[in-house]
Write a protein that binds this ligand. Structure first.
Ligand code: UDP
Length: 272
Protein backbone atom coordinates (compact mmCIF):
# COMPACT_ATOMS: atom_id res chain seq x y z
CA UNK A 1 0.00 0.00 0.00
CA UNK A 2 1.13 3.58 -0.53
CA UNK A 3 3.03 5.54 2.17
CA UNK A 4 1.30 7.90 4.57
CA UNK A 5 0.41 11.27 3.10
CA UNK A 6 0.95 14.07 5.69
CA UNK A 7 -2.16 16.05 6.59
CA UNK A 8 -1.93 19.54 5.02
CA UNK A 9 -2.52 21.10 8.45
CA UNK A 10 0.54 19.34 9.95
CA UNK A 11 3.79 21.34 10.15
CA UNK A 12 6.37 20.16 7.61
CA UNK A 13 9.19 18.38 9.40
CA UNK A 14 12.37 16.88 8.02
CA UNK A 15 10.59 13.50 7.94
CA UNK A 16 7.92 14.74 5.58
CA UNK A 17 10.39 16.25 3.10
CA UNK A 18 11.46 14.17 0.13
CA UNK A 19 15.19 13.47 -0.21
CA UNK A 20 17.03 15.81 -2.56
CA UNK A 21 17.56 14.50 -6.08
CA UNK A 22 21.11 13.60 -7.07
CA UNK A 23 22.79 16.80 -8.18
CA UNK A 24 26.58 16.96 -8.20
CA UNK A 25 26.86 20.68 -7.45
CA UNK A 26 25.05 20.46 -4.12
CA UNK A 27 26.61 17.30 -2.74
CA UNK A 28 29.64 16.99 -0.48
CA UNK A 29 32.87 15.72 -2.03
CA UNK A 30 32.98 12.06 -2.97
CA UNK A 31 34.26 9.49 -0.58
CA UNK A 32 37.21 7.86 -2.29
CA UNK A 33 38.94 4.59 -1.77
CA UNK A 34 42.60 5.04 -0.85
CA UNK A 35 44.98 5.29 -3.79
CA UNK A 36 46.27 1.81 -4.32
CA UNK A 37 47.88 1.60 -7.70
CA UNK A 38 48.30 5.10 -9.08
CA UNK A 39 51.79 6.42 -9.74
CA UNK A 40 50.62 10.04 -9.76
CA UNK A 41 48.59 11.94 -7.19
CA UNK A 42 47.59 14.90 -9.35
CA UNK A 43 47.54 14.91 -13.14
CA UNK A 44 46.82 17.44 -15.82
CA UNK A 45 45.19 15.85 -18.84
CA UNK A 46 45.46 17.77 -22.11
CA UNK A 47 42.90 16.88 -24.75
CA UNK A 48 42.71 18.47 -28.15
CA UNK A 49 39.46 19.99 -29.32
CA UNK A 50 39.80 18.16 -32.60
CA UNK A 51 39.76 14.80 -30.82
CA UNK A 52 36.34 15.64 -29.37
CA UNK A 53 34.99 15.98 -32.88
CA UNK A 54 35.35 12.33 -33.78
CA UNK A 55 35.71 11.38 -37.45
CA UNK A 56 33.93 14.48 -38.82
CA UNK A 57 36.64 16.86 -37.54
CA UNK A 58 34.04 19.42 -36.42
CA UNK A 59 31.67 19.94 -33.54
CA UNK A 60 31.36 17.58 -30.58
CA UNK A 61 30.80 13.87 -31.00
CA UNK A 62 28.72 12.52 -28.07
CA UNK A 63 30.34 9.09 -28.45
CA UNK A 64 33.80 10.61 -27.92
CA UNK A 65 32.56 12.57 -24.90
CA UNK A 66 31.14 9.40 -23.41
CA UNK A 67 34.35 7.48 -24.04
CA UNK A 68 36.56 10.18 -22.52
CA UNK A 69 34.33 10.52 -19.47
CA UNK A 70 34.58 6.80 -18.79
CA UNK A 71 38.36 6.95 -19.07
CA UNK A 72 38.56 9.93 -16.69
CA UNK A 73 36.19 8.30 -14.23
CA UNK A 74 38.37 5.16 -14.04
CA UNK A 75 41.31 7.33 -13.01
CA UNK A 76 39.39 9.30 -10.38
CA UNK A 77 38.33 5.99 -8.86
CA UNK A 78 41.99 5.37 -8.01
CA UNK A 79 41.92 8.58 -5.98
CA UNK A 80 43.91 10.57 -8.52
CA UNK A 81 43.19 14.31 -8.67
CA UNK A 82 42.35 15.21 -12.26
CA UNK A 83 42.61 18.58 -13.99
CA UNK A 84 41.74 18.85 -17.68
CA UNK A 85 42.71 21.36 -20.33
CA UNK A 86 40.70 21.11 -23.51
CA UNK A 87 41.49 22.72 -26.86
CA UNK A 88 39.06 24.35 -29.23
CA UNK A 89 40.30 23.25 -32.65
CA UNK A 90 37.03 21.44 -33.44
CA UNK A 91 35.23 24.80 -33.32
CA UNK A 92 37.67 27.62 -34.04
CA UNK A 93 41.37 28.38 -34.26
CA UNK A 94 42.76 31.90 -34.42
CA UNK A 95 45.21 31.02 -37.18
CA UNK A 96 42.53 29.59 -39.47
CA UNK A 97 40.30 32.59 -38.74
CA UNK A 98 43.10 34.85 -39.91
CA UNK A 99 43.18 33.03 -43.23
CA UNK A 100 39.51 33.89 -43.74
CA UNK A 101 40.04 37.54 -42.90
CA UNK A 102 39.35 37.62 -39.15
CA UNK A 103 41.83 39.67 -37.16
CA UNK A 104 44.29 37.31 -35.42
CA UNK A 105 43.72 38.57 -31.89
CA UNK A 106 39.96 38.55 -32.38
CA UNK A 107 40.23 35.02 -33.76
CA UNK A 108 42.33 33.88 -30.81
CA UNK A 109 39.68 35.13 -28.40
CA UNK A 110 37.10 33.25 -30.46
CA UNK A 111 39.29 30.16 -30.15
CA UNK A 112 39.46 30.63 -26.38
CA UNK A 113 35.67 30.89 -26.19
CA UNK A 114 35.48 27.67 -28.20
CA UNK A 115 37.48 25.89 -25.50
CA UNK A 116 34.86 26.93 -22.92
CA UNK A 117 32.14 25.31 -25.02
CA UNK A 118 34.17 22.10 -25.06
CA UNK A 119 34.90 22.38 -21.33
CA UNK A 120 31.17 22.68 -20.61
CA UNK A 121 30.44 19.66 -22.79
CA UNK A 122 32.99 17.57 -20.89
CA UNK A 123 31.64 18.85 -17.58
CA UNK A 124 28.15 17.80 -18.48
CA UNK A 125 29.28 14.38 -19.59
CA UNK A 126 31.39 13.81 -16.46
CA UNK A 127 28.48 14.83 -14.25
CA UNK A 128 26.31 12.26 -15.99
CA UNK A 129 28.85 9.73 -14.72
CA UNK A 130 28.41 11.02 -11.16
CA UNK A 131 31.67 12.95 -10.97
CA UNK A 132 31.93 16.33 -9.25
CA UNK A 133 33.37 18.95 -11.52
CA UNK A 134 34.18 22.61 -11.94
CA UNK A 135 34.91 24.57 -15.10
CA UNK A 136 37.30 27.44 -14.42
CA UNK A 137 37.75 30.01 -17.14
CA UNK A 138 40.67 32.33 -17.76
CA UNK A 139 38.14 34.80 -19.20
CA UNK A 140 35.43 35.80 -16.75
CA UNK A 141 31.97 34.50 -17.60
CA UNK A 142 30.40 34.02 -14.23
CA UNK A 143 27.00 32.90 -15.45
CA UNK A 144 28.47 29.75 -16.91
CA UNK A 145 31.58 28.92 -14.91
CA UNK A 146 34.00 30.06 -12.22
CA UNK A 147 36.84 32.42 -12.98
CA UNK A 148 40.24 30.76 -12.75
CA UNK A 149 41.79 31.28 -9.33
CA UNK A 150 44.75 29.03 -8.62
CA UNK A 151 44.04 28.45 -4.93
CA UNK A 152 40.43 27.62 -5.62
CA UNK A 153 41.43 25.22 -8.35
CA UNK A 154 43.74 23.39 -5.95
CA UNK A 155 41.01 23.29 -3.32
CA UNK A 156 38.55 21.76 -5.80
CA UNK A 157 41.10 19.12 -6.71
CA UNK A 158 41.74 18.32 -3.06
CA UNK A 159 38.01 17.80 -2.63
CA UNK A 160 37.99 15.27 -5.44
CA UNK A 161 36.42 17.48 -8.10
CA UNK A 162 37.57 17.24 -11.69
CA UNK A 163 38.66 20.76 -12.67
CA UNK A 164 38.38 21.69 -16.34
CA UNK A 165 40.33 24.76 -17.36
CA UNK A 166 38.61 26.72 -20.12
CA UNK A 167 39.57 29.77 -22.20
CA UNK A 168 43.22 28.79 -22.49
CA UNK A 169 45.63 31.19 -20.83
CA UNK A 170 43.22 34.07 -21.45
CA UNK A 171 45.75 35.68 -23.81
CA UNK A 172 46.02 35.56 -27.59
CA UNK A 173 49.02 34.04 -29.41
CA UNK A 174 49.15 31.09 -27.02
CA UNK A 175 47.84 27.55 -27.39
CA UNK A 176 46.03 25.15 -25.13
CA UNK A 177 49.22 23.06 -24.96
CA UNK A 178 50.87 26.06 -23.33
CA UNK A 179 47.82 26.40 -21.09
CA UNK A 180 48.26 22.78 -20.05
CA UNK A 181 51.92 23.30 -19.11
CA UNK A 182 51.20 26.56 -17.31
CA UNK A 183 48.23 25.31 -15.30
CA UNK A 184 50.03 22.07 -14.46
CA UNK A 185 52.94 24.03 -13.01
CA UNK A 186 50.61 26.36 -11.13
CA UNK A 187 48.57 23.59 -9.50
CA UNK A 188 51.71 21.51 -8.90
CA UNK A 189 50.55 18.56 -10.96
CA UNK A 190 52.92 15.60 -11.02
CA UNK A 191 52.71 15.19 -14.77
CA UNK A 192 51.13 16.50 -17.97
CA UNK A 193 49.35 13.75 -19.86
CA UNK A 194 48.93 14.64 -23.48
CA UNK A 195 46.17 12.51 -24.96
CA UNK A 196 46.64 12.10 -28.72
CA UNK A 197 45.73 9.75 -31.57
CA UNK A 198 49.06 7.91 -31.32
CA UNK A 199 50.50 5.87 -28.47
CA UNK A 200 53.61 7.95 -27.91
CA UNK A 201 56.54 9.74 -29.48
CA UNK A 202 58.10 7.96 -32.46
CA UNK A 203 61.52 8.29 -34.09
CA UNK A 204 59.65 9.27 -37.30
CA UNK A 205 56.06 9.63 -38.40
CA UNK A 206 54.71 6.07 -37.95
CA UNK A 207 52.07 6.67 -40.65
CA UNK A 208 54.69 7.51 -43.28
CA UNK A 209 57.63 5.44 -42.08
CA UNK A 210 57.03 1.78 -41.17
CA UNK A 211 60.48 1.54 -39.53
CA UNK A 212 59.58 4.24 -36.98
CA UNK A 213 59.99 3.09 -33.39
CA UNK A 214 58.28 4.35 -30.25
CA UNK A 215 60.30 5.70 -27.35
CA UNK A 216 59.10 4.50 -23.97
CA UNK A 217 61.17 7.27 -22.38
CA UNK A 218 63.15 10.19 -23.79
CA UNK A 219 64.77 13.31 -22.37
CA UNK A 220 63.62 16.86 -23.06
CA UNK A 221 66.93 17.63 -24.74
CA UNK A 222 66.71 14.58 -27.06
CA UNK A 223 63.20 15.57 -28.13
CA UNK A 224 64.53 19.03 -28.89
CA UNK A 225 67.67 17.89 -30.71
CA UNK A 226 65.83 15.28 -32.79
CA UNK A 227 63.12 17.84 -33.58
CA UNK A 228 60.41 15.43 -32.49
CA UNK A 229 56.97 16.89 -32.26
CA UNK A 230 55.42 16.71 -28.79
CA UNK A 231 53.96 20.13 -28.02
CA UNK A 232 54.59 23.63 -29.30
CA UNK A 233 57.91 25.02 -28.15
CA UNK A 234 56.51 27.42 -25.52
CA UNK A 235 54.56 24.60 -23.87
CA UNK A 236 57.50 22.21 -24.11
CA UNK A 237 60.03 24.68 -22.70
CA UNK A 238 57.77 25.55 -19.77
CA UNK A 239 57.68 21.87 -18.79
CA UNK A 240 61.41 21.42 -19.31
CA UNK A 241 62.37 24.48 -17.26
CA UNK A 242 60.09 23.46 -14.43
CA UNK A 243 61.03 19.76 -14.40
CA UNK A 244 57.49 18.74 -15.18
CA UNK A 245 57.36 15.40 -17.00
CA UNK A 246 55.07 14.90 -19.99
CA UNK A 247 53.55 11.63 -21.11
CA UNK A 248 52.23 11.35 -24.65
CA UNK A 249 49.70 8.54 -25.01
CA UNK A 250 46.75 7.39 -27.11
CA UNK A 251 43.55 8.74 -25.56
CA UNK A 252 41.45 6.73 -28.03
CA UNK A 253 42.78 3.41 -26.83
CA UNK A 254 40.43 2.15 -24.09
CA UNK A 255 42.16 1.86 -20.70
CA UNK A 256 45.24 3.72 -21.88
CA UNK A 257 44.81 6.68 -19.54
CA UNK A 258 44.45 4.31 -16.61
CA UNK A 259 47.58 2.40 -17.60
CA UNK A 260 49.55 5.63 -17.92
CA UNK A 261 48.44 6.78 -14.48
CA UNK A 262 49.43 3.40 -13.07
CA UNK A 263 52.93 3.87 -14.45
CA UNK A 264 52.75 1.34 -17.30
CA UNK A 265 55.63 2.41 -19.56
CA UNK A 266 54.22 0.52 -22.55
CA UNK A 267 51.18 2.84 -22.60
CA UNK A 268 52.95 5.96 -23.84
CA UNK A 269 56.19 7.93 -23.99
CA UNK A 270 57.54 9.60 -20.88
CA UNK A 271 59.50 12.79 -21.48
CA UNK A 272 61.57 13.96 -18.54
N1 UDP B 1 44.00 30.23 -27.84
C1 UDP B 1 44.61 31.44 -27.48
N2 UDP B 1 45.27 31.50 -26.28
C2 UDP B 1 45.38 30.44 -25.45
C3 UDP B 1 44.79 29.21 -25.84
C4 UDP B 1 44.11 29.13 -27.03
O1 UDP B 1 44.55 32.40 -28.20
O2 UDP B 1 45.98 30.57 -24.38
C5 UDP B 1 43.18 30.17 -29.06
C6 UDP B 1 44.00 30.00 -30.34
O3 UDP B 1 43.38 30.72 -31.37
C7 UDP B 1 43.85 28.52 -30.61
C8 UDP B 1 42.43 28.24 -30.15
O4 UDP B 1 42.29 29.09 -29.00
O5 UDP B 1 44.01 28.20 -31.97
C9 UDP B 1 42.12 26.82 -29.78
O6 UDP B 1 43.17 26.27 -29.03
P1 UDP B 1 44.14 25.14 -29.63
O7 UDP B 1 44.44 25.43 -31.07
O8 UDP B 1 45.29 24.99 -28.72
O9 UDP B 1 43.20 23.87 -29.55
P2 UDP B 1 43.50 22.35 -29.97
O10 UDP B 1 44.46 22.36 -31.13
O11 UDP B 1 44.10 21.68 -28.78
O12 UDP B 1 42.15 21.81 -30.31
Amino acid sequence: MGGKVPCPCQPVTMHTLHPLPHFPLSLPPQKRSPMTSAKYKRILLKLSGEALAGPSGYNIDPAVLEKYSQEIKQVTELGVQVAVVIGGGNIFRGVSGERSGIDRVQGDYMGMLATVINAMAIQSSLEKHGLYTRVMSAIKMEQVCEPYVRRRAVRHLEKGRVVIFGAGTGSPYFTTDTTASLRAIEIEADVVLKGTKVDGVYSADPVKDPTATRYSEISFSDVYEKKLSVMDLTAFTLCQENNLPIIVFNMNQPGSLLRVVQGDSSAGTLIK
